[in-house]
Design a protein around this ligand. Structure first.
Ligand code: C5P
Length: 214
């Protein structure tokens, strides 16, 4: 399930982010290629920007559904087409994902019988502080326990379906909904270079990284 229905406002590209070209191809094309290369993936569903479902299906040769107003609503729409035991959610905005990382998340979940989800994540390298009004620092978190969470995120489909019931508008990823529902979520270490393209700076970095890889 590829969440591709974001507006791309922060990128300022003047249209949906999924279609923005990076190293010569749309963001979405890089992501679809990685999923096609993953052995653990049987079918791909894209939650497309509303009104572009037909274009996405024709241009990229995948199933496409109308994305929702919020990210997890887009995933919920894509999940309706999933009949498998394990479902993987991924941001279209992470073009540096690799088949190996997708397969790793799925394999970890498959071998962890008591887990409901496995999320790709990188150890945090900055010191993270929590600050309140006026920028006054309230505490410094123990960095050795912190992970910057990415996608892909692999789920037991039933657990994700239950977690996505009700209001999901405040969720910044799907795993937090599974956690909230009492589910067990594991992190699996992923490369920090699997960045999310949000700002023009991210776009430049991701372009360089994709070019270097090629
Ligand atoms: O907004 P954010 O950067 O967290 O978006 C992460 C991913 O979720 C992006 O790939 C974006 O296209 C997708 N998204 C979506 N539907 C929304 C909002 C975001 O599929 N309503």
């Amino acid at each position: 399930m590829i969440a591709a229905a974001g507006s791309g406002e922060r990128l300022g590209a003047g249209g949906p982010k999924a279609f923005v070209k990076i190293a010569g191809r749309p963001l979405l094309a890089w992501v679809i290629d990685a999923f096609r290369g993953a052995e653990s993936i049987g079918a791909i569903v894209v939650a497309a920007p509303p009104g572009t479902e037909e274009r996405v299906a024709a241009e990229f040769g995948v199933e496409a559904v109308r994305g929702g107003e919020h990210r997890s609503e887009s995933v919920r729409a894509a999940l309706e087409l999933v009949g498998d035991e394990i479902a993987v959610a991924h941001d279209a905005a992470r073009p540096l994902v690799t088949p190996a990382l997708i397969d790793l998340a799925v394999a970890r979940l498959a071998e962890s019988a008591d887990a409901d989800a496995v999320v790709a994540a990188a150890p945090v390298t900055d010191t993270i502080k929590e600050a309140g009004a006026g920028g006054v620092v309230e505490r410094t978190l123990d960095r050795s326990r912190l992970w910057a969470v990415q996608t892909p995120q692999a789920f037991r489909t039933g657990a994700l379906r239950r977690a996505l019931e009700g209001d999901v508008s405040g969720a910044t990823d799907d795993a937090m909904l599974v956690e909230r529902a009492g589910g067990r979520v594991l992190v699996c270490e992923a490369p920090a270079e699997n960045i999310k393209v949000t700002t023009p700076l991210d776009l430049s970095l991701a372009t360089e990284l994709l070019r270097a890889r090629a």
